[in-house]
Write a protein that binds this ligand. Structure first.
Ligand SMILES: C[S@@+](CC[C@H](N)C(=O)[O-])C[C@H]1O[C@@H](n2cnc3c(N)ncnc32)[C@H](O)[C@@H]1O
Length: 215
């Protein structure tokens, strides 16, 4: 019998993230999810955003059965078949037949990847998002960050140490370093939201859109 993957943290954070997404997003649009993992987020967000089409992806295709399972269980017919996407790749997704333009999205959503991947994944995420965001679209990242002017919670320091012990290329990222990569790719930090369990939800956009989104 098939047993889907299960992430306790995704189960806990899906409602607070959804609340923010519902405040941020218009009623309709197209979303590209990076690093979908178990698929719990895709199923939850897409089922509460019925005017949206949700494209889940992950670098590991062995995640796809679980992503499909949660989407079906939630009755979220607006979740597309998962596609393989490595943020470090020069090209994300196939171009639509008969066009030179890469597909673009009103939302690119990426939770909990930056710290569980080498730093090149941050560069790749920002470059790829700049290529694939529709005009006025937003990149939303969620997860733990270190910040220069904010004392780091002991839980995040411990998490950082455990990540680096597991893989020296991993680790909780400085928000300011992520912001520098975003700026190199042509994106600005438009919104910063504190979230439960010492996480942040960050909204990135092209400069003109970022100006309108600023709180
Ligand atoms: C901790 S899981 C987070 C899953 C889900 N977003 C969540 O918040 O529950 C990290 C995910 O990042 C994915 N990942 C790691 N490196 C990646 C890369 N270079 N490109 C795309 N996804 C990647 C992994 O396959 C894994 O699914």
């Amino acid at each position: 019998m098939f047993t889907p993957d299960f992430s306790p943290s995704a189960e806990q954070n899906k409602q607070p993230i959804l609340t923010r997404l519902l405040q941020l997003l218009p009623a309709q649009g197209t979303a590209l999810e990076i690093a979908s993992g178990t698929g719990q987020h895709a199923a939850s967000f897409a089922s509460h955003l019925p005017g949206w089409t949700w494209q889940p992806t992950d670098t590991h295709s062995n995640a796809f059965a679980s992503i499909n399972h949660y989407a079906q269980q939630a009755g979220a017919s607006n979740v597309l078949a998962p596609q393989q996407l490595d943020v470090c790749a020069e090209r994300w997704l196939a171009q639509a037949p008969g066009t030179d333009a890469p597909p673009n999205f009103d939302l690119i959503f990426c939770a909990n990847m930056l710290h569980i991947a080498p730093w090149t994944a941050c560069t790749g995420l920002m470059r790829g998002s700049a290529r694939h965001l529709a005009p006025g679209g937003v990149l939303v990242t969620y997860g733990p960050y270190l910040e220069q002017e904010v004392p780091t919670a002991p839980s995040n320091l411990g998490f950082d140490a455990s990540l680096r012990a597991h893989n020296p290329a991993w680790g909780v990222r400085w928000r300011e370093d992520v912001q520098a990569q975003a700026q190199l790719a042509g994106l600005c930090l438009a919104q910063r939201h504190t979230m439960p369990a010492n996480n942040l939800l960050l909204v990135w956009a092209q400069p003109a859109a970022a100006h309108k989104l600023a709180l």
